[in-house]
Design a protein around this ligand. Structure first.
Ligand SMILES: NC(=O)c1ccc[n+]([C@@H]2O[C@H](COP(=O)([O-])OP(=O)(O)OC[C@H]3O[C@@H](n4cnc5c(N)ncnc54)[C@H](OP(=O)(O)O)[C@@H]3O)[C@@H](O)[C@H]2O)c1
Length: 331
């Protein structure tokens, strides 16, 4: 059946300015790292994307290597995009990335101009797009000069293959340098995509300060620590969950569901209930309370998780007492 988006979608979501750019992003964005590969159910994938857009989620985040197999999330997104979303292209922010290993040999990994330019061409073909809205360098490359990687991002924008560029998982000092080079080239750095959750706090040691000072946006990934920060694993490891699925490629494994983690999750879950939220909603709200954050980048395995998680925007205010209790639990 033809997909017609909910006409009330923009009333349901909050939109935040990305750094000092002209671009607004939804407070909650959707990532396609898992659950959109060839191994996954495509009608489920379609339902997730339709529901997300109906809820005002205008930003879908991909990367060259998402799947499995690598490339298949872009391919599947491309099919669904063509059937359901092509008429909404100008209402969508679609991002992709290159930086992790994608094809054999010396030109399919890290941060050379050769890799980034070729990879984006492949991504555009897989998705059936003329351009992406945001193109990221996916991780820092210790060997390639930063000037070369940033020049590649600038080139890609000048070629019209991306509108904006970003970086992911760069440390604070590398971030500062990358921002400076990009500014000199005339292609400002739009956004940084770091891993950030209650269980992963590295961004608080300098990165957020750099982004605030430089007025660059921030879109934290894995805000639920891949599902650990929800009530999902409180009674063991459910069948079909990410930890039970052995998806590889950095996906959470059973041995990360430790008693130490679960005992903290149990206490956080109690606090969330007192706030009138579930733990997933509180964990996302805890990210959104930070004014340096533009959007929180979620993953979902089913449409109901979209409905559930986006409730986080209803309350991301925390009292001093709540914040103190969270810090005590996380210690
Ligand atoms: N830049 C990078 O290097 C990088 C790296 C990783 C990810 N990312 C991006 O960030 C996105 C999100 O990462 P992520 O998938 O790890 O995020 P996440 O939100 O931390 O974890 C998603 C998982 O949490 C569970 N979940 C989601 N909503 C839930 C809810 N309401 N209640 C209970 N459980 C819930 C689901 O697990 P089940 O599958 O078990 O149901 C879901 O698959 C990715 O898709 C990708 O776009 C970027």
């Amino acid at each position: 059946m033809e997909y017609i988006a909910d006409e009330n979608r923009y009333k349901k979501m909050e939109y935040r300015r990305c750094g000092n750019s002209g671009l607004m992003l939804p407070a909650v964005s959707l990532g396609l790292w898992h659950n959109f590969g060839h191994i996954d159910n495509q009608e489920n994938a379609r339902s997730i994307l339709r529901l997300a857009f109906d809820e005002g989620i205008t930003h879908f985040d991909l990367a060259n290597n998402y799947g499995p197999p690598p490339g298949s999330a872009e391919e599947n997104f491309g099919k669904i995009f063509k059937e359901d979303f092509i008429k909404y292209r100008d209402e969508l922010i679609i991002s992709t990335k290159a930086g992790w290993g994608m094809w054999p040999g010396p030109y399919g990994d890290f941060g050379s101009k050769k890799y980034l330019v070729a990879s984006l061409d492949q991504s555009l073909k897989r998705m059936g797009l003329d351009y992406v809205d945001i193109f990221y360098h996916h991780r820092p490359d210790p060997q390639t000069p930063l000037e070369e990687t940033m020049t590649a991002l600038d080139l890609i924008v000048r070629q019209g293959k991306a509108l904006y560029v970003g970086i992911s998982s760069y440390q604070p000092d590398e971030t500062e340098k990358a921002i400076k080079i990009l500014r000199e080239l005339g292609t400002p750095c739009l956004i940084h995509q770091p891993k950030y959750s209650m269980f992963e706090r590295w961004v608080e040691n300098g990165l957020m300060d750099v982004l605030t000072k430089e007025k660059v946006g921030c879109i934290p990934f894995s805000p639920l620590a891949q599902g650990l920060l929800s009530n999902k694993y409180l009674q063991g490891i459910p069948e079909g969950s990410r930890a039970a699925s052995h998806r590889g490629n950095g996906a959470i494994e059973e041995n990360q569901i430790t008693e130490a983690n679960i005992s903290r999750v149990r206490l956080l879950n109690e606090l969330a209930k007192e706030r009138g939220q579930n733990l997933a909603q509180m964990a996302l709200a805890w990210i959104l309370k930070n004014p340096a954050v533009t959007s929180v980048l979620i993953g979902v395995s089913k449409p109901e998780q979209v409905t559930d998680s986006i409730q986080c925007i209803k309350n991301y205010q925390f009292s001093a007492d709540e914040l103190y209790r969270i810090e005590t639990i996380l210690k």
